[in-house]
Design a protein around this ligand. Structure first.
Ligand code: SIN
Length: 277
């Protein structure tokens, strides 16, 4: 069956039909999926009954497995983590702040694959913010100012001992392991040129960007706050509604994403793999 790509009425996102991800994909399908991914940034494959091995095989068609700090992996699957929240859980929602996965690493993952096993009947959408559009919508003078700047990225707000998922985070079902390694910092250009499309994306996020290299804190905070407000405007957002057995692939180089709640009293369980550059 040929691939069929259905664009979402949103600034990014498409549904993909005609590929059975429980089997090895043909070279033609792998190429078609990559082209669609680069065009739409987020691809969702509904109605895919997949094992963890199937998810791993699909991720390997996008690239090598990424590095996943701070998560305990699924036994026997060192590159697979569970995104999990139990029905009665009271901890702060995981990943509610917009971010690009693991952007505090020297080589952040290019992609993330997320598969929905248990999806609540209400809530739990994932928001995606198109950062090509966010960049393009900035005034030219701002773009010129940002072009030479580098953001300081760190995992500390979430994963340090005193972070959101640190030593005071009791009762979380998800296997997060805080560490002093979260205090490390890494520089990345604020204007990120996507190596495959050549387009520029705004590459800062409230989740992981804590400063601007060489800029005093008050000035950097003011600039970052302005960029954080700008980059998550409704005009750039695709709200992804999950269904059980749906696999989603997104591009971390040009998107931010954020989890949403609204499903208290219901379990939610997904399996996640990051894909290296
Ligand atoms: C994530 O950021 O990996 C999780 C997104 C979600 O739970 O919707």
């Amino acid at each position: 069956m040929p691939l069929s790509i259905e664009a979402q009425p949103a600034p990014c996102g498409a549904l993909v039909y005609g590929a059975d991800l429980s089997r090895p994909l043909s070279t033609e399908d792998i190429t078609g999926i990559r082209e669609a991914w680069l065009s739409y940034q987020v691809l969702a494959f509904p109605n895919q009954t997949l094992s963890i091995k199937d998810i791993e095989r699909f991720a390997a068609t996008v690239g090598a497995f990424g590095q996943d700090p701070f998560f305990e992996s699924v036994p026997g699957h060192p590159h697979v983590a569970q995104i999990r929240r139990d029905a009665d859980e009271k901890t702060p929602l995981f990943a509610e702040s917009f971010h690009s996965d693991w952007s505090f690493l020297p080589d952040p993952p290019i992609a993330t694959v997320l598969y929905g096993n248990v999806i609540p009947p209400v809530g739990g959408d994932t928001l995606f913010a198109n950062q090509y559009d966010a960049w393009d919508a900035l005034p030219e003078a701002t773009r010129r100012r940002l072009e030479s700047l580098r953001g300081i990225h760190s995992a500390r707000r979430g994963y340090a001992r005193d972070g959101l998922y640190g030593e005071r985070d009791a009762g979380r079902s998800m296997a997060i392991r805080y560490s002093d390694e979260a205090l490390a910092t890494q520089l990345h250009p604020v204007a990120k040129v996507h190596p495959e499309t050549g387009r520029t994306a705004l590459f800062v996020s409230p989740g992981y960007t804590i400063g601007i290299d060489g800029m005093a804190d008050p000035e950097a905070s003011e600039l970052l706050m302005e960029l954080f407000r700008h980059q998550r405007q409704e005009a750039f957002i695709y709200r992804h509604r999950w269904s059980p057995e749906m696999l989603v692939l997104w591009d971390n180089r040009c998107l931010l994403h954020a989890a949403t709640g609204g499903y208290d009293g219901h379990d939610r369980l997904l399996h996640r793999i990051t894909v290296a550059g």
